[in-house]
Design a protein around this ligand. Sequence first.
Ligand code: UD1
Length: 419
Amino acid sequence: MEKLVIRGCRRLQGRVPISGAKNSALAIIPAAALGDGESILYHVPEEEDIHTMCQILQELGIQAWRDQDKALHILPGELKTEAPYELVRRMRASFYVAGLLLARKGEAQVPLPGGCSLGSRPVDFHIRGFQALGAETSIEHGMMIARSPGRLTGTRYFINRSSVGATVNLMLAASLAQGTTILENAAREPEIVDLAIFMNTMGANIRGAGTNVIRIEGVERMKGAQHTILPDRIEAGTYLLAACITQGDITVEDVVPEHLNALLRKLQEAGAEVQEDETTVRVAAPQRLRAVDVETAPYPGFPTDLQQPFVAAMSLAEGTSVIRETIFDRFRYVDELLRMGADIRVERDTAIVRGVIKLTGAPVEATDLRASAALVLAGLAAEGVTEVLGVEHLRRGYEHFEDKFRALGADIHAEPVES
Ligand code: UD1
């Protein structure tokens, strides 16, 4: 166990390279196992969730290893059809192996991912989609068991809410099905587009990714391919919000600026200076931001994954912001911000954030990945020392976290926690 110790009140400035997108890699890694040969993936971040996904694939009989240049190789072998609970329970994206196994083996036994600190997170849209593709499914002993007598068959399926996970899982499952699948109300996130680009390089036939209707012509087989994972817009957004909360000046490098649109427009409205280039974005906040209202929404709306760091930034803004969370139950970290002197009231799905003049350092505990980022940002701006517990959540999705922040001038380091 470790904690992060932060001495705050430093203006952060400089340039920071952004890693490959965790959520894209988590979909692309199981997709690589749909091919008959080896795939090589570049820019896959070294993060705990990626490690978990690779371990699950290894348990299923797929080789996954990094070469000396950090490229990730995936080589499918003879597949087992049952995924291990101990690994699957660690993250919801593990459920993607259901789509993979159904496509390749016509059978999948995958533990249901269960709830998590973001509240109830069902996978009913995924399962109903598998049924629409012709699989018979049942839940036994906490496990989803899905079987299809032959190849899955193409179908037309409307995803109730434009779920990222269901869209990924059904793209995987339908890619080797017989006939055409049309996914309606599909997620439009850039990570879905990245997945489609990779799968098409493998020989899949997917059109419409990036719109609400994705059309998948099933193919008989796919081959291995090479791909570079797109940049992580959530990691980039976290550093840009760090510029805002510390009244600093940060440039994120190797990004797709357009993927950050919703955040950047809000930051401009709040008075930050934003400069966009082809692959970089610079945000400077020479003075205190003004409070602005935000409502999270599926892409291209404001990402729920940046809601928590955004609230941290607004806690020091001038005025009152109203932040509505429409995707998950994601306000548990607010109590920790209150301990640092923030003035926030949560009413059901809405946080009313009254900006304060200063935050003060305190020991706080993170309960999920983006909450940990929010608490670190608050600590970077707070007077005195902040200690953030629950760092294991942060390790799931940020690469070289302290190094990158130190390069921007932060005083932050990890220490072991005595139990
Ligand atoms: C993905 C992202 C996560 C991000 C989220 C929303 C990955 C690995 N994770 O999560 O970082 O915060 O998108 O952008 O890419 N739902 C159901 N039934 C289902 C599936 C979803 O009711 O079968 C609900 C969820 O509870 C939630 C909403 O639909 O309220 C959207 O969830 P979804 O887009 O599926 O999120 P994830 O794929 O889990």
